[in-house]
Design a protein around this ligand. Sequence first.
Ligand SMILES: [Zn+2]
Length: 234
Amino acid sequence: MSYCVNCGVELDDTAQSCPLCHTPVLNPNQPVDMWGPKPFPTEKGEVPPVARGELALLISAMLLSVAVCCGVLNLFLRAERAWSLYVIGAAVMLWLWFVPPLLLRRMPVCVRLVFDVLAVALYVFLISLDLGGGNWYWHLALPIILLGGAIVLCLGLIFRGGKRSILTTTTLIIGAIGLFLLGVELFVDRFLTGAWQPGWSLIVVTVCVALVIPLVIVRRVPSLREEVRRRFHM
Ligand SMILES: [Zn+2]
């Protein structure tokens, strides 16, 4: 049995140098055993990475089979209602959410978000086909989905630049919620009465503004920011 002359670690008979400090092993009384089995594997074992293409194919096949099965069932079961559109729409939406990002490795976040929003719009469109209401889709659902998508896209663009502090993130998200709900009431009012009479959304916006103002002040004043950081362990 040899020990490393430099760091003192116990050495295996087959070691030509110390595995820790790489000092060559020289022990005239016990030459290095060149033929014996090594205590460590000689080849690097690596877990093969999941093939993204295969995963995409698997997800596509699963969603496609569910959609086709429901479509065929719909022909025989309650054929007067296009109920399978709900399942087919969900399958299309899930496909758009998960498969393109798998196939296009370097898909920018913005493009991905646009895809996601379009997928939701498409799904709701298919539902509107079954409910026989093209009107509410074009004048109410689609504008709300697009508004939500635009706001999420803006947030995505802002956050893409790097990690933001919790204060900034909270401020932006509260502001975005207020803006979104204001838009929702605008579209609902225009759809129902043709005119915009802000009511409940103004209350929400007031609450949001009341929350955002102190957050902005805290962000601007360094001493306050430090205080908050210390108190809330940010
Ligand atoms: Zn050593």
